[in-house]
Design a protein around this ligand. Structure first.
Ligand code: FHN
Length: 594
C-alpha cells in the first residue's frame, strides 16, 4: 500500500487548467503504459545519462536587450515575449564554430554516462539539425550551415553511448499553430492538428530515419492531442524504429518509461523503468551568469540516491552559442567519471536497495549483494545496518579495493566496522549474502543513533491520522528551476496526527526538532509532541505562505529534550486546538545531546 502512496506522491500528472494557461509543472506526465518495452533493459542498466539543451537561446545566454533573465534560459523568448520576427535574427548570428562532436561524446564517456539525449527542437521552434520541413534550421537559417547532429550521433555510438533526441512535440513558439506562443499568435485560434501534420510529425520522422538507431525519443510538455491521437502518433512513429523508447511526456500515460517532474527524486523505491532529470546549475539552456553548478560530490550522491530508488539520473549540460560546454560541467563530470570508474558496479545494472535510508546513506541491489553507499561517515566509522535475520552474510568488503571489513550481528542489526578511510563523496561497502531480503516498507522504524550529529526522519516514513496528508509541494525560485518538498499538511484538528516509529540504537538524551513551514495565518498555534507518553508542548512560528514562484522557507524548532532507552519508541504530533492547519511538516530531526 505504502508504495502506491509513494508513487502517487510524485508530482500530480496533468491538472485540468486550460492548455493555454498550464504552467510547465502542470505539463509533466510521469505515467508510463506499464507495458514493458522489448528494448528497455539497456535503459534500466544504464543508470546515468547526459541531457543536452542546445539552441538559439544558448547564444543569448540568458540576456536580451541588456536585461538578465534567471531560471530556465531556454525560455528567454517566452519570458521576454520576443516576437518571432526579432527572434529569427538570433539564428542569423548563430555560428557554433567551437562545436566538436567527439569532445562532447568523449565527455559523456569520461563521465561514465551510458546515453545521451540532445534537443533537436525545443519550444523556440528552431531545428538544431538539417530539416527539409522548415528553413528555420541549422543549414538554412545560420551562417554555420552544417548539421551538428550527424557527427554527434556517430561520435556517441562509436563510444557505445545510446543516442537520442529531445523533441518539443506540442510547444513551438515559432509556428502560428504551434503551442504556447500567446504573444505573437492568438492561442484560441490555433489549429494544433495542422502544426502536428505539417511540422512535428514530419520532423520526428526525419529524426527517426536520418540519424541511425535511436535509443530514446524524449518528448516534453504534451498537449493538443487526445489519447487516441497520441496512440496513432506513437504507432506511426514506432514503424520507423520499433526499438526506440518513447519517454512518458509523450502524454496520456503512453510512454515506455516514466520521467518524473524536473529535479524530482522519489522518497522511496519506485518499480519499473524511470528517470530523474536535473540541471547541472539552475538552467537547462546556457546562462552566462548562472554558475550555481552542482559539485562532483553532490552529483555522485544524487546518482546514488536516484539509483537507490531504482531509477536513472539524466543530468543536463547547457553548451553556449559557440558550441562550448561550460568549463565547470567538463571539470565536474570528469570527477564523477573517476568515481564511477572505480565504483560503477554499485550503480550500473543495479535495482533499488532493500535497506531503507539510514543516517549513513542508501543502498542499491544486485543478485546476492547489497551495495551500501556511505554518504555520511559516522564519527566512529561503525555502520548499523538493519537486515533480515534470516539471511546469511558471506562477506563484506569495500568495493574500491575489495578489502574485507569486520562485522558483527546483533538480532536484526549488522554492525560493520570500517577502517580509517580518506573522505569520499560515497564510500561503497558490499554485503554479499545468501537468502531473501524482502523489499523494505516505509513503515519500518527509523533508525536513531547517537553516532550521528543529526538523525532525520522524513515525513514519508510517518503514519497519518485524521485529515493529515502527505503532499509534494512544487515551487521554483526563479523560473522553471523547480524544487519539490514533501510535507505533511492539513493537520488542523486535535484528532489529526502524525506518528513516527523510531528505533534508538543506544540510550542517551536526544533533542527533538520539528522542521516545518508555517503560514502567517497558522502562527502562534499550540501543538503537542508525545515521546511515547511524555508530552512536549510547542507553539508554531510563522515562516511564510506557500507560493509557486518563491522559496518555501522552513524553520527548525526544538520541541524539547527526551531521555531515550535503546530500542523502539513512538513519537506522535497533534494540534492542541481545532481549526487552523498547524504547519507543513517537512521532517523530524533527532540530535544526540553531546
Ligand atoms: O519547458 C521545458 C524546459 O525548458 C526543459 O526542457 C525541461 C526539461 O525537463 N522540460 C520542460 C519543463 O519541464
Amino acid at each position: 500500500m505504502k508504495k502506491a502512496v509513494l508513487v502517487s506522491l510524485l508530482s500530480a500528472t496533468i491538472l485540468h487548467s486550460p492548455l493555454s494557461a498550464q504552467t510547465m509543472d502542470e505539463m509533466w506526465d510521469n505515467r508510463s503504459s506499464g507495458k514493458e518495452h522489448a528494448n528497455i533493459n539497456w535503459f534500466k542498466d544504464a543508470k546515468f545519462g547526459m541531457f543536452i539543451h542546445w539552441g538559439l537561446y544558448s547564444k543569448l545566454g540568458g540576456e536580451w536587450k541588456g536585461k538578465k533573465y534567471f531560471g530556465s534560459g531556454e525560455w528567454i523568448m517566452n519570458q521576454a515575449r520576443i516576437p518571432v520576427k526579432e527572434y529569427e535574427q538570433v539564428a542569423a548570428n548563430f555560428n557554433p564554430i567551437d562545436f566538436n562532436a567527439d569532445e562532447w561524446a568523449q565527455l559523456a564517456a569520461d563521465a561514465g554516462m551510458k546515453y545521451m539525449v540532445i534537443t533537436a527542437k525545443h519550444h523556440e521552434g528552431f531545428s538544431m539539425y538539417d530539416s527539409k520541413v522548415t528553413s528555420f534550421d541549422m543549414t538554412d537559417a545560420t551562417p554555420y550551415k552544417k548539421d551538428p547532429m550527424k557527427p554527434l550521433s556517430e561520435a556517441a555510438r562509436r563510444r557505445g553511448i545510446q543516442f537520442g533526441f529531445y523533441y518539443s512535440q506540442f510547444q513551438d513558439w515559432y509556428e502560428p499553430n504551434g503551442g504556447k506562443n500567446g504573444w505573437d499568435f492568438d492561442e484560441s485560434k490555433k489549429n494544433y492538428q495542422l502544426y502536428y501534420e505539417q511540422k512535428a510529425i514530419p520532423q520526428i520522422k526525419e529524426l527517426l530515419t536520418q540519424y541511425g538507431p535511436l535509443g530514446i525519443l524524449w518528448f516534453d510538455t504534451p498537449g493538443g492531442m487526445t489519447k487516441e491521437q497520441t496512440q496513432n502518433f506513437i504507432d506511426s512513429l514506432r514503424l520507423l524504429q520499433p526499438g526506440c523508447l518513447f519517454s512518458s511526456r509523450v502524454g496520456h500515460g503512453l510512454g515506455d518509461y516514466k520521467d518524473l517532474g524536473d529535479s524530482e527524486i522519489p522518497s522511496g523505491p519506485v518499480p519499473g523503468a524511470w528517470e530523474s532529470l536535473y540541471t547541472h546549475n539552475d538552467s537547462w539552456g546556457y546562462i552566462q551568469h548562472d554558475l550555481n553548478f552542482k559539485t562532483p560530490e553532490q552529483i555522485i550522491q544524487l546518482l546514488a540516491q536516484v539509483a537507490s530508488r531504482g531509477g536513472n539520473l539524466l543530468l543536463n549540460v547547457g553548451p553556449d552559442g559557440n558550441g562550448r560546454i561550460p568549463e565547470y560541467s567538463i571539470k565536474y563530470l570528469k570527477e564523477v567519471g573517476k568515481w564511477l570508474h572505480i565504483n560503477g558496479e554499485a550503480i550500473y545494472g543495479t535495482t533499488y536497495g532493500k535497506i531503507p535510508d539510514q543516517p549513513w546513506g542508501v543502498s542499491t541491489s544486485a543478485p546476492g549483494k547489497q551495495f551500501l553507499h556511505v554518504l555520511k561517515m559516522p564519527d566512529d566509522r561503525k555502520l548499523l545496518v538493519p537486515v533480515n535475520s534470516k539471511i546469511a552474510i558471506n562477506k563484506i568488503y569495500l568495493v574500491k579495493n575489495k578489502q574485507a571489513v569486520a562485522f558483527t550481528r546483533k538480532g536484526n542489526d549488522l554492525i560493520i566496522q570500517l577502517p580509517a578511510l580518506p573522505h569520499s563523496a560515497n564510500e561503497v561497502v558490499v554485503m554479499e549474502y545468501k537468502g531473501i531480503t524482502p523489499d523494505y516498507t516505509l513503515s519500518m522504524p527509523v533508525t536513531i543513533s547517537s553516532r550521528f550529529k543529526e538523525n532525520l526522519a522524513e515525513v514519508v516514513r510517518a503514519g497519518l491520522q485524521g485529515n493529515a496528508q502527505l503532499k509534494s509541494l512544487t515551487y521554483s525560485h526563479y523560473y522553471g528551476d523547480w524544487k519539490h518538498t514533501t510535507c505533511i499538511t492539513d493537520l488542523k484538528d486535535s484528532t489529526d496526527g502524525i506518528s513516527f516509529n523510531l528505533r534508538f540504537t543506544d540510550a542517551a538524551d536526544y533533542r527533538i526538532i520539528l522542521e516545518y513551514a508555517c503560514d502567517p495565518a497558522s502562527a502562534k498555534q499550540e501543538g503537542v509532541l508525545l515521546f511515547n507518553e511524555q508530552p512536549l508542548y510547542f507553539r508554531t512560528l510563522k515562516t511564510g505562505s506557500f507560493e509557486k514562484n518563491a522559496p518555501l522557507l522552513f524553520i527548525r524548532q526544538v520541541a524539547g529534550i527526551v531521555s531515550a532507552k535503546a530500542g523502539e519508541a513512538r513519537i506522535s504530533i497533534h494540534p492542541v486546538n481545532n481549526g487552523k492547519e498547524l504547519f507543513k511538516l517537512k521532517s523530524l530531526i533527532v540530535e544526540p545531546v553531546k
